[in-house]
Write a new protein. Structure first.
Length: 541
C-alpha cells in the first residue's frame, strides 16, 4: 500500500520501501534515506516540469500509472542517502512508513600508514599476522590489501641502515593487546602438553617448576614470564621422569634443530606436532649447528655437519632420540661439510655435497645398525647449500650453488640398495639455500635464493617413479635458509629469512592431497639455517 502523503515530512529518516521499478533501479537495501523535498503536482507544473516524461516515462512506467498518481493527488518525494546521492520517487511507489528500528552499521576500514620500508619487506607475512589479531579482537575476517603510497626511491646505505636499526629497535617492546593474546594462546597450548608430561610422570614436585615460565599467574599470586627456552631448561632436571613420557608419538612430530638467531648459533630443537600445529621445545643438540643437515628413521634423528660462527666446516653429529627428546654425540661424518644436504631410509642415511674449502660432491653414508659413517659414491654434480628429498628406495639431491656454475637446477639420484648415483631430471628453478621434503611418492623443493631474488616462494615437485619434475604451488612467503620436515600427509617448511636482514618463525604447511600450502603454527623462536628430521612413513620406516 502506497504511503499517505500527509504522513511524509522533510527531514524524515529511515528505511524506505520502494515498489518496482524503483526498488531495483536504486538498489538501496538497508540504506538510511532522508526526505529532502516534497513537490506537489501544482508546484511541478508551475515550474514547467513535465511530470510524466521526467518521473514516469523515463522509468518505464505507463500512462495508467501516471493517471493513478494524478488521481491520488500524489507528490514527488526527493530523498538523499548518507553520501549525498539523491533519489526522486513518486509517492504512489513508496510503500508504508519508513522503518526506524534497527542498529546503524557501516563498512569500516583502517588506514594504516607504515612509512618507508625496503621493497623486499615481507608484506604478506605482516598481513598474515594482522588478520588473526583483528579476528580475535573484532570477530570478523578482515580483508587486508597492501597499497604502495609512494614511488620507489634508492636510499644511501647509511640512511637505509639507520632506518632499519630504528625500526628493529622499536619492535623490541611488542606491548600490544594482539601480541599478548597471541602469546597467551601459545602459552596455553604448551601448558597443556607440559601438564600432560607431569600427569604421566606422576611427579607432583615437578608441577610448580614446569609451570614456572608459562606467562600465567598461579594460585600463589606470583606473576611468571613466558619463554620457551626457560620452559625447556626448567623441566630439564626432571627429564628422566618427564620427557620419557612424551605424549607425541615419534611419527606424529618432526624436529627442527640448530640454526642461528639474530644473535648467535644455537643447539635448540623445536618439536612440531603435525596434527595440532603445536610447537614445543625439545632437548638440546650436543653442539651449535648452522647450515647442517639431518636424517631420521622411526626412532632417532641424526643432525650432522654444518658450521659454527667462524664458518668452519664440521664433521660432528648429534643423535636425537625422537621418543625421549634426548640428544647424544654421534660418530663423525666421513668428510666435514657445511651447506650439506641429507636424506635416508630406514637403514641408511646419506649426507651429500656441501662446502669444505671448496664445493663438494662427496657423500657420507650412515648405517643405523652400526651407528657409523663411511664414504659413499660421489653425487653426479658439485654443489653446496643444496637440498634433498626421497622415498624408501632413492634419495634426490637437488639444486644448490657452486663457484663454477652459480645456482643450479641439477639433481643427483642416490639408490640405497646399490649405493650408485645417477643424474636425475632438472628442477624447474635455479636456486640455492632452499628446502626440501616429501612423502613416498613425491619430493617438494621450495624457496631459496635465485639470481633475481634473495628469497623466492617457488616450489618444484619431483616425482620419484617418473623421474620428472613439475612446478608446484607457491609458499606462503618467499623464504631462503629455512628447513623442512614431513610425514605422509603434510610437509612443514619453517623458519628462514625473507630478506638478508630478517629471520622469521612462520611456517608453511604443504598438503600432499590438495597440492596447496596454508599457514602453520609459528616456531617458538625465529631462526634460520637449521635442519629438520622426522620419522616419515613410506620414506624412512
Amino acid at each position: 500500500m502506497a504511503i499517505t502523503t500527509n504522513l511524509l515530512y522533510i527531514g524524515q529518516k529511515g528505511l524506505f520501501t520502494f515498489l518496482a521499478p524503483f526498488n531495483t533501479a536504486y538498489n538501496l537495501d538497508y540504506d538510511i534515506l532522508t526526505v529532502d523535498s516534497l513537490k506537489s503536482i501544482g508546484e511541478l507544473i508551475a515550474g514547467n516540469i513535465d511530470i510524466y516524461s521526467v518521473y514516469f516515462q523515463a522509468n518505464g512506467l505507463t500512462t495508467t500509472q501516471y493517471q493513478q498518481f494524478l488521481t491520488s493527488n500524489g507528490i514527488i518525494v526527493t530523498l538523499f542517502d548518507s553520501e549525498g546521492n539523491r533519489y526522486a520517487v513518486p509517492s504512489t511507489f513508496i510503500q508504508g512508513l519508513p522503518n526506524t528500528n534497527g542498529v546503524p552499521y557501516r563498512a569500516l576500514g583502517l588506514n594504516v600508514v607504515l612509512g618507508p620500508l625496503p621493497v623486499d619487506y615481507p608484506v604478506s607475512a605482516l598481513v598474515d599476522d594482522l588478520q588473526p589479531i583483528i579476528s580475535q579482537l573484532v570477530g570478523i575476517q578482515a580483508a587486508i590489501t597492501p597499497v604502495q603510497l609512494s614511488r620507489v626511491k634508492l636510499l644511501p646505505n647509511t640512511q637505509a641502515t639507520q632506518l632499519e636499526n630504528t625500526r628493529v629497535a622499536n619492535i623490541s617492546g611488542l606491548n600490544t593487546l594482539g601480541y599478548y593474546i597471541n602469546q597467551l594462546s601459545i602459552a596455553q597450548t604448551q601448558i597443556q602438553a607440559l601438564e600432560q608430561y607431569i600427569v604421566n610422570a606422576q611427579s607432583p614436585s615437578a608441577s610448580a617448576e614446569v609451570l614456572l615460565n608459562t606467562g600465567l599467574t598461579l594460585t600463589d599470586g606470583e606473576d611468571y614470564s613466558f619463554d620457551v627456552r626457560e620452559i625447556t631448561e626448567t623441566i630439564s632436571p626432571y627429564a628422566s621422569s618427564i620427557v620419557s613420557q612424551n605424549p607425541f608419538l615419534p611419527d606424529s612430530v618432526g624436529v627442527f634443530g640448530g640454526g642461528i638467531t639474530k644473535t648467535s648459533p644455537i643447539d635448540f630443537t623445536l618439536v612440531y606436532d603435525y596434527a595440532t600445529n603445536i610447537v614445543i621445545g625439545g632437548g638440546n643438540l650436543t653442539y651449535n649447528m648452522v647450515t647442517g643437515a639431518a636424517i631420521a628413521n622411526s626412532t632417532i634423528g641424526i643432525f650432522g655437519g654444518g658450521s659454527t660462527s667462524n664458518n668452519n666446516a664440521l664433521s660432528t653429529t648429534s643423535i636425537y632420540t625422537l621418543e625421549t627428546n634426548v640428544a647424544a654425540t654421534g660418530s663423525n661424518l666421513a668428510t666435514p661439510s657445511t651447506g650439506v644436504a641429507a636424506i635416508g631410509n630406514s637403514t641408511a642415511g646419506v649426507f651429500g655435497g656441501g662446502y669444505y674449502g671448496k664445493y663438494l660432491s662427496v657423500t657420507s653414508i650412515y648405517t643405523y645398525s652400526t651407528s657409523n659413517f663411511a664414504t659413499g659414491n660421489n653425487l653426479t654434480y658439485i654443489s653446496g647449500y643444496l637440498a634433498a628429498a626421497g622415498n624408501s628406495t632413492i634419495g634426490v639431491f637437488g639444486a644448490g650453488y657452486s663457484s663454477s656454475f652459480g645456482n643450479s637446477s641439477a639433481t643427483s639420484i642416490y639408490t640405497y640398495s646399490t649405493g650408485d648415483t645417477v643424474t636425475g631430471s632438472n628442477l624447474s628453478i635455479l636456486a640455492s639455500n632452499l628446502m626440501a621434503t616429501g612423502n613416498s611418492t613425491v619430493g617438494i623443493f621450495g624457496g631459496g635464493s635465485t639470481v633475481d631474488a634473495f628469497a623466492t616462494n617457488v616450489t618444484t615437485l619431483y616425482h620419484y617413479n617418473a623421474n620428472s619434475s613439475t612446478s608446484g604451488a607457491t609458499l606462503s612467503v618467499g623464504v631462503a635458509y629455512g628447513a623442512a620436515i614431513s610425514n605422509s600427509s603434510v610437509g612443514i617448511f619453517g623458519g628462514g629469512s625473507t630478506t638478508n636482514t630478517s629471520i622469521i618463525s612462520t611456517t608453511s604447511v604443504y598438503n600432499y592431497v590438495t597440492g596447496n600450502f596454508y599457514n602453520g603454527g609459528n616456531l617458538s623462536i625465529a631462526t634460520k639455517q637449521m635442519a629438520g628430521a622426522s620419522a616419515n612413513p613410506g620414506v624412512n620406516y
